[in-house]
Design a protein. Sequence first.
Length: 80
Amino acid sequence: MSRKKTRPRALDIDWHSVGKRIRELRGFDMTQTDFARKIGVSQAYLSMIERGQGEIGPVVLLALSQEFGKSIEWLLTGKE
């Protein structure tokens, strides 16, 4: 009998929830424009990701993690 090697199943990312966590990081005292500038993206792109309308690339995730002291795992899953 041959054994098939199986790859681990890719995680399903809930981008809407990721957007909510990013919105939570921004808080109510910072505009989208200022927040976007801090992480090196446009205000339009930040708006899109806060609404969960697209995947976020690794460079942006790393910028968010470093700027706000949150793990990439927390950003993607909500788990510390």
